[in-house]
Design a protein around this ligand. Sequence first.
Ligand code: APR
Length: 174
Amino acid sequence: MKTRIEIVQGDITKQNVDAIANAANTTLLGGGGVDGAIHRAAGPELLDECRTLHGCRTGEAKLTKGYRLPAKYVLHTPGPVWHGGRNGEAELLKSCYVNCLRLASEHGCKTVAFPSISTGVYHFPLDKASAIAIGAIAEYLEAHPEIELVRMVCFDARTKEYYDEALTDWEKNA
Ligand code: APR
């Protein structure tokens, strides 16, 4: 499993993979953070296509083309805002990863990159979010050999440490 999950520090807009996930909001009309970076890199046609999607519910995912990005597709998924952990945040965050991977499989993607969904503006604690993300990805990959590689693209070293640890912990308990 370790060979099919990579943790890197970098910029998701530069990843040469079939699909990148976007930590969007429910309007799908862009924003700051990684959402803003992806829209800037993809160019204005991305927003044009997003407008035709009429938003997306938290935990669900919708696919667009990647336009000027190296990635062929963008998987837009609104993560949950952290409100203390008793509002179904964990299940919603897991469904972001699973629904993005399902769309990737449906569209013949073999390689997928994710940012750390919900751990920025949405304040989901990194220790919990990284464990949920790695668990969801590893579980999906076990049942879906068609996805050859999932790369967690962490924007800073602190985030990468949490995902490295989550992957190590998962392998210990697998
Ligand atoms: N590549 C990879 N990761 C990035 C990049 C990038 N270019 N830019 C930011 N990030 C990281 C952040 O450092 C953070 O670790 O993405 C992670 C998610 O942070 P946010 O972008 O704030 O996303 P989130 O917490 O899910 O909040 C979503 O923010 O931008 C708005 O429209 C978006 O309303 C939505 C909300």
